[in-house]
Ligand binder design. Structure first.
Ligand code: SF4
Length: 349
């Protein structure tokens, strides 16, 4: 496609959101990226949190992280460019070891994934011998490798219930664990470094104090303010939000579940409590709906991924994501055990 054709396509979707001069510049970049993509036999994955001009121009697949990695694994492409953060690119590598996986930014971390190490998990397993470990997909490969089974925000409850056991170590998201505990009626404790307390003898879920630095910032006051101004607003909160926020919302679900919810409901306006770019991306595809969003709260890691970085990742084959084979195999087993329970996996963040 030419730059003019690409610009016309982007304007049709984003014209009401993005200034024309920016769209023209981004259309030129999109053409460059798409040429490089063809030359390198690459597939580009766009996470829901990517900025709108990138999200609506170059990805072959768009959506949640695990869903994207699974789709890329089914292609015959040699290269995967993951427009998302590092733990997501690692998941793509776990599922596609024969492909070259590129992350367009050198770091693109995540406060939640960084909250726990493989050694932390080993210490927890030593402290609670025989207790199964459930780990959220938003973790690094070496943490997944220490895990019995992974979960996503969509299937966390189903995974916990599938284990049919009194005690479960649930890592690392504190709020997701509390939300699952509330839904399943389970007691939750958070271990300290001191010897076990009486409380821990009757534990059911053992959590960890990891948090997403975006979702932890939303408050019930944000919801109250929106409802005061717009009594008909429907409020959607990601399950990584604090439990009182999830309880005060009309709906809680993964990013893909939120996209579907907006498309399937007729309310004139929605308040979306997740990364701001996702609300822009939903708005782009649902121009008749009003989406309230709090763009003062953005994920700095997701925002490291730009169209320029995406172009350069293909041009210079950077930054290559490698996962040691022994870790990859064990991490893959944790993902496969989750898939085997058959619950919907629309993922994490
Ligand atoms: S939005 Fe939260 S969970 Fe997602 S990458 Fe950013 S910090 Fe991590």
């Amino acid at each position: 496609m030419t730059v003019d054709e690409t610009f016309a396509d982007m304007q049709a979707v984003l014209g009401h959101l993005v200034p024309e001069f920016e769209l023209r510049a981004k259309a030129g970049l999109a053409v460059e990226i798409n040429q490089l993509k063809a030359e390198h036999n690459a597939v580009i994955l766009g996470h829901n949190y990517m900025e709108p001009t990138l999200f609506h121009s170059v990805p072959d697949f768009k959506g949640d992280s695990l869903e994207l990695s699974r789709k890329a694994a089914e292609t015959d492409k040699d290269v995967i460019v993951f427009c998302g953060v590092r733990f997501m690119a690692e998941t793509a590598k776990i599922l596609s070891p024969e492909k070259t996986v590129l992350l367009p930014a050198k770091v693109a971390g995540c406060s939640l994934a960084a909250s726990i190490t493989a050694d932390d998990v080993r210490q927890l397993k030593a402290r609670y011998p025989g207790v199964p470990v459930v780990t959220y997909i938003n973790t690094y490969a070496d943490v997944k490798a220490e895990t019995d089974i992974c979960c996503t925000s969509s299937n966390a409850r189903a995974v916990v219930e599938s284990l049919n056991t009194d005690s479960i170590i649930f890592l690392p998201d504190e709020f997701l664990a509390k939300n699952v505990a509330r839904e399943t009626g389970k007691h939750i404790i958070f271990p300290t470094k001191t010897p076990k307390t009486d409380d821990e003898i009757e534990y059911e879920l053992i959590g960890w104090h990891g948090r997403c630095e975006v979702h932890e910032k939303f408050t019930v006051e944000d919801i109250d303010n929106a409802r005061r101004q717009f009594p008909d607003v429907l409020v959607l909160a990601h399950p990584e939000c604090p439990p009182d926020v999830v309880e005060a919302s009309d709906y809680s679900g993964s990013t893909t579940a939120m996209v579907n919810y907006v498309q399937d409901h007729d309310s004139p306006r929605f308040l979306i409590l997740t990364e701001c770019s996702m609300a822009d991306n939903i708005l782009a595809e649902n121009p008749g709906k009003e989406l309230l969003r709090m763009c003062s709260i953005r994920c700095p890691h997701m925002n490291e991924i730009t169209m320029e970085e995406t172009r350069d990742s293909l041009k210079y084959t950077q930054y290559v994501i490698d996962v040691p084979e022994d870790i990859r195999v064990r991490a893959r087993a944790s993902v496969d055990r989750m898939l085997a329970i058959g619950a919907p996996v629309a993922s994490a963040d």
